[in-house]
Design a protein around this ligand. Structure first.
Ligand code: ADP
Length: 371
């Protein structure tokens, strides 16, 4: 039986795609600047038509769609029919910047590839196993219920993939392995995974909370928002733009790319030095919290652009934790080994490249095949 799966990651102005079969990636690409003058396509329909023209989609068994927000409803990848599409649409208020594009991608693919199962794979779904005390904020319970305010968590496909790969790397059964995963890309989140199930994560109702990111603030006191509105006279839209696009590394240094921050820090720039320290300290605070959540911890794993490529972040975030059983071997860290802790460390420190598209393909395939 064919195991060909097309993975689509539809953003508001771009569609990333990758075609897999059992052996690996057959094709991949990016349709950009959708709807712009001189862009690759006029709309999502034209974008998918272009992908279909460029790529041999014969024998396709499923299309896996990345959907950022699955709300409290979707704990599993789900084959999309009219009812499911309407439920995803109803979640748009929770993810107004992300879900509409995914929905366009799904609707177009359903029309253009009507005989192929369309599977929605949600960034939130992996975190459905976090217990109630880990997703509930101590605010007016009636308001929270009525407006669906709670922690959902994101980057789920990455945390799922990387935690499983880490168990394999350590030669352990994923069901018996406890891991703290640190996904540090443009967006960044931490996750505590107990026996393959998420039990805590740093992002909240949106991908804004938790760790310091390229352009997002991560955790702040909500009073910052009231203060900027009342005292600084900013509108809610201006505040949102500031905290999501002009915060994080960008806000502290004017650069959203950690490479530029590292270069400036190396040259002695004080703003870059502070930004780096804030960035690493926040990671360390979450690691400490998640060690306490997990109790026994087998590994701490770094992934995504920063996690995979910035030895200095890994070494700094975990420096001085030998008494907790955590150490980073400088040579292994610099060599980019997969296990960067010394042999015999109580808690392994690992670097495991993430592959969200592969995980989406795997989940889409598993969802369409009889179990
Ligand atoms: P996304 O979240 O968009 O998928 P990535 O996981 O690719 O992003 O991470 C991108 C970020 O990784 C860049 O903004 C950059 O800060 C960081 N990065 C990539 N390479 C390096 C490197 N060699 N050293 C430090 N940071 C890096």
């Amino acid at each position: 039986m064919s195991s060909r799966v097309l993975v689509l990651n539809s953003g508001s102005s771009s569609v990333k795609y990758r075609l897999f079969d059992g052996a690996g990636t057959l094709a991949k690409g990016l349709v950009e600047r959708i709807g712009e003058a001189g862009g690759d396509a006029t709309d999502h329909r034209a974008a998918l038509q272009r992908i279909m023209a460029e790529t041999d989609l014969s024998g396709l068994v499923a299309v896996g769609h990345r959907v950022v927000h699955g709300g409290a409803e979707f704990a599993e990848p789900t084959v999309v029919d009219d009812v499911v599409a309407a439920r995803i649409e109803a979640l748009i208020p929770l993810a107004p910047l992300h879900n509409p594009a995914a929905l366009s991608g799904i609707e177009v693919a359903r029309k253009l590839l009507p005989d192929v199962s369309q599977v929605a794979v949600f960034d939130t779904a992996f975190h459905a196993t976090i217990p109630a005390d880990g997703v509930t904020w101590a605010i007016d319970a009636g308001l929270a219920e009525r407006w669906q305010i709670r922690r959902y968590g994101f980057h789920g496909t990455s945390h799922a993939y990387v935690s499983r790969r880490t168990a394999e790397l350590l030669g352990k059964d994923p069901a018996e392995t406890n891991v703290i995963t640190l996904h540090l890309g443009n967006g960044a989140s931490a996750c505590a995974v107990r026996g393959g199930r998420s039990v805590a994560t740093s992002m909240g109702m949106s991908p804004q909370g938790g760790l310091v990111m390229g352009t997002r603030s991560g955790d702040i006191d909500p009073t910052v928002v009231f203060h900027l509105h009342r005292v600084a006279g900013m509108s809610l839209d201006e505040i949102e733009t500031s905290l999501t696009r002009r915060a994080g590394l960008q806000g502290l240094t004017g650069e959203n790319d950690l490479r530029a921050v590292l270069d400036r820090r190396a040259a002695g720039d004080p703003a870059a030095t502070l930004a780096f320290d804030v960035y690493c300290r926040r990671i360390r605070e979450y690691v400490g919290a998640y060690l306490a959540v997990l109790g026994r911890t087998d590994a701490i794993v770094f992934t995504a652009g920063v996690g995979e490529n910035a030895p200095l972040v890994r070494a700094t975030a975990l420096a001085g934790l030998e008494s907790l059983g955590i150490a980073v071997d400088p040579d292994r860290n610099a060599r980019r080994d997969q296990i960067i802790s010394p042999d015999g460390s109580p808690i392994a420190v690992c670097v495991v490249p993430t592959d969200e598209e592969l995980e989406i393909a795997r989940q889409a395939l598993a969802t369409t095949q009889p179990r």
